[in-house]
Design a protein around this ligand. Structure first.
Ligand code: UFG
Length: 330
């Protein structure tokens, strides 16, 4: 059993990670400033409210807890906002991470798992996307993450920081027990927005562009269940603890679904009509993002349990229908 520091552990993916680690018997310390996370979503571990950039606090955490591995989920992650406010992204996502890494180096903590993103690939030439595809992010969010990936490599060279960067495609769904789920404010992601239409909280879902170069003209994404993401982090951490090398892995289900397909799956699952309105493209959206996850399957033995969007969306619907106002209902 090991002791993990989960930075951003009150966020959507971080909170599922905390639950998954605890269910495997690990000890968890959660650091989150609650700027977008929810205290109620942290179902295990020791919770500390604070900012990743607070060096005294970080110092205290590493001095008082014998952390074996850090998992870092705390980041701003909206592509459009990153174009408007790039310095916020470089400060929060990149600069603050370097102070975390400095504290780790001071305390001899040498294992780190980074939440990275498909946004590092920009507009990929080849599908499914392999980890060897050039990283050419088209927005500051993607650049803020690729910078950290590169910094991690330098830290490995300089002082042996072993790290795994997990490049997520589209995280979705909720824990199967239904006690935690996705609650962003404002919500920008497709699946929770379509579910809000099903709940009668929105009149319609907007489809951002119907003239993309895809079979039905809408963007294609690769949706992955949040607990499958969490499982990949455990496998990555185990690999590092066994003395494994640093690496980069994509995390997706290797199949793409269009915006229209997702809407029609939600109609089937919820039995609601879900009106849709066609609107302009959203700036910064790539047409298609579909992962190859062969590398993590073959090297770490990862095998997603929820490998189709019906099953993923069913878990999300269960949580949203039980908690229509998100964590305000919990
Ligand atoms: N979409 C709509 N209508 C909506 C919301 C979304 O049509 O109301 C479309 C988007 O244009 C996109 C697809 O649904 O084509 C999925 O959009 P999301 O906002 O759910 O997710 P993204 O693919 O934009 O974002 C994900 C991650 C980001 C990451 C990005 C990489 O959440 O962190 O992929 O492009 F940066």
């Amino acid at each position: 059993m090991a002791m993990f520091l989960i930075v951003g552990g009150a966020g959507y993916i971080g909170s599922h990670m905390v639950k998954h680690l605890a269910s495997h018997g690990h000890d968890v310390v959660v650091l989150d400033d609650l700027s977008s996370g929810h205290r109620k979503s942290v179902v295990a571990g020791k919770f500390i409210q604070g900012d990743l950039g607070d060096q005294d606090l970080i110092e205290e955490i590493f001095s008082t807890s014998k952390i074996d591995c850090v998992m870092h989920f705390a980041a701003f992650s909206l592509v459009g906002e990153s174009v408007e406010l790039p310095l916020n992204y470089y400060h929060n996502n990149t600069a603050k991470t370097t102070s975390l890494l400095m504290a780790m180096a001071r305390h001899g903590v040498d294992k780190f798992i980074l939440s990275s993103t498909a946004a590092v690939y920009g507009e990929p030439e080849n599908l499914p996307i392999l980890e060897t595809e050039p990283t050419e992010p088209t927005n500051p969010y993607g650049r803020s993450k690729i910078f950290i990936e590169e910094i991690l490599e330098d830290c490995d060279t300089a002082h042996g920081l072993k790290h795994i960067s997990l490049r997520y495609f589209n995280a979705a769904g909720a824990s199967k027990e239904g006690e935690i789920g996705e609650d962003h404010s404002p919500e920008t992601h497709l699946i929770p927005l379509v579910l809000q239409v099903a709940l009668g909280q929105r009149e319609y879902i907007e489809i951002y562009g119907t003239d993309w170069d895809t079979p039905d003209g809408t963007c294609i994404r690769d949706y992955i269940h949040v607990m499958d993401l969490a499982e990949a982090h455990i496998l990555a951490a185990q690999r590092l603890m066994e003395g494994g090398e640093s690496g980069v892995y994509n995390l997706g289900c290797q199949s793409g679904y269009s915006v229209r397909e997702i809407i029609s799956i939600v109609r089937e699952i919820t039995g609601k009509p879900i009106p849709a309105v066609e609107s302009d493209r959203r700036p910064g959206d790539p047409a298609r993002l579909v992962a190859s996850s062969e590398k993590i399957k073959s090297e770490l033995g990862w095998n997603p349990r929820y490998d189709d969007p019906e099953r993923i969306i069913a878990t999300a619907w269960r949580w949203h229908s039980a908690n229509p106002r998100g964590y305000s209902d919990v």
